[in-house]
Design a protein around this ligand. Structure first.
Ligand code: ATP
Ligand code: MG
Length: 359
């Protein structure tokens, strides 16, 4: 699967853009604040129906314009062309169409086009808070499994309603039970799905990590649910008094975490910075392989300023292992690795929201 053409209009600082990325590598060169990440963001948006860096769609529309537009054409491995059209109004209302047909729910968009985005923050995955690790699970799983997306959406909807009710009532009542039952139902499904996902990604990441460290380190990811599936409802009931006091649901899958082990030692507590970053790289690369396994095609890989964050060996490992994956890479400067990537690819210069291909 690869992007054949990307068009943007009034997308952040980009007034007009029309590019045909290389089937392999496209390097977006430019100084800071020129629009490189904006371009990657628009591609990510087409895969997931949302931005990877804001939940406020209004930000995406160019200042003083009425709407932003993204048009993406994707060719799959069998030669079939799909078109995704996105429009975002300055008020924040968005419209999505696939092959000209309006999409009513994001779920209908998910899975048509897959991306993996890799930014420097991803190298902090082990060190950062559990929220980031849940986000990592959710972002990847929603693209692979529509049912997961549906369960997650329902879970958070019910959670919000339960929290609203907790703030209003003084003691547990019957309405709370309705939400608790639903929360337990969706939560239990999510636990099973997350468990399966983490086991799969752990196996792949472990393989990759073994190769990067030349067999010295064994990486393992372990899913840590906040409540067990069986005890979900019971725990919610037990927590009721406390939850009413704090006006918040204290247990559930919204508190889940993932633990990274290197040689069976918790990498967050005991790993060196380098070990943690390598484990994050292995996990990120495992995402690409997992999409290939699950969807039968490679995703498009978006590398945002990430190469300069890696040492020479890790850079080389990454570059050598994405040969089959269309990748769009941003860079502010030219070094040896970027030069070698440009050899089989296309170069675009991004300046002040304008993009020009180097012929
Ligand atoms: N809605 C908007 N309208 C106009 N310009 C915007 C809007 N949103 C963001 N920008 C501008 O886009 C620019 C940032 O673009 P982007 O984040 O893509 O930069 P970049 O090339 O990736 O830079 P860096 O190398 O620092 O990451 C900023 O100058 C910002 O002011
Ligand atoms: Mg950027």
């Amino acid at each position: 699967m690869y992007i054949e053409r990307l068009r943007l209009k009034n997308y952040r600082n980009i007034e007009l853009l029309d590019i045909r990325p290389n089937k392999k590598t496209s390097v977006l060169f430019g100084d800071n604040a020129q629009g490189k990440t904006n371009i990657l963001e628009s591609v990510y948006y087409c895969a997931t129906g949302r931005s990877h860096r804001t939940s406020n769609d209004r930000e995406i529309v160019m200042f003083d314009k009425e709407a932003a537009f993204v048009k993406l054409e994707i060719r799959d491995d069998y030669g079939r062309l799909d078109r995704i059209d996105i429009s975002i109004k300055s008020g924040g209302k968005k419209g999505i169409a696939v092959n000209g047909m309006p999409v009513k729910r994001i779920g209908e968009l998910l899975g048509i086009f897959n991306v993996v985005i890799f930014c420097p923050e991803n190298l902090q995955l082990i060190k950062s808070g559990p929220g980031e690790r849940r986000r990592f699970m959710d972002m990847e799983m929603c693209q692979i499994d529509k049912l997961y997306y549906y369960n997650l959406k329902q879970y958070y909807k019910v959670l919000k309603q339960r929290n609203n009710l907790l703030k209003k009532i003084k003691s547990p009542d019957d309405t709370l039970d309705i939400w608790d039952l639903q929360l337990a139902e969706y939560g239990s499904c999510l636990i099973s799905q997350r468990e399966e996902f983490i086991n799969k990604i752990s196996d792949i990441a472990s393989d990759i990590h073994g190769k990067i460290t030349m067999g010295k380190e064994k990486l393992r990811l372990e899913y840590k649910p906040n409540i067990s599936k069986k005890a979900f409802y019971k725990k919610l009931v037990q927590n009721r008094e406390k939850d009413i006091l704090y006006g918040n649901t204290s247990s559930g899958v919204h508190k889940d975490d993932i633990i990274f082990y290197i040689n069976e030692i918790n990498a967050r507590d005991y790993g060196s910075q380098g070990q943690q970053r390598t484990a994050c790289l292995s996990t990120k690369m495992a995402e690409i392989e997992l999409i290939k396994q699950e969807k039968n095609h490679y995703p498009v890989l978006l590398l945002d300023d990430v190469l300069s964050e890696l040492d020479k060996n890790r850079q080389e490992y990454l570059i050598n292992n994405i040969a089959d994956v269309q990748n769009i890479v941003t860079s502010t400067g030219i070094d040896e690795n970027i030069k070698s990537m440009c050899k089989n690819g296309s170069i675009f210069f991004v300046k002040n929201g304008n993009i020009e291909e180097k012929k």
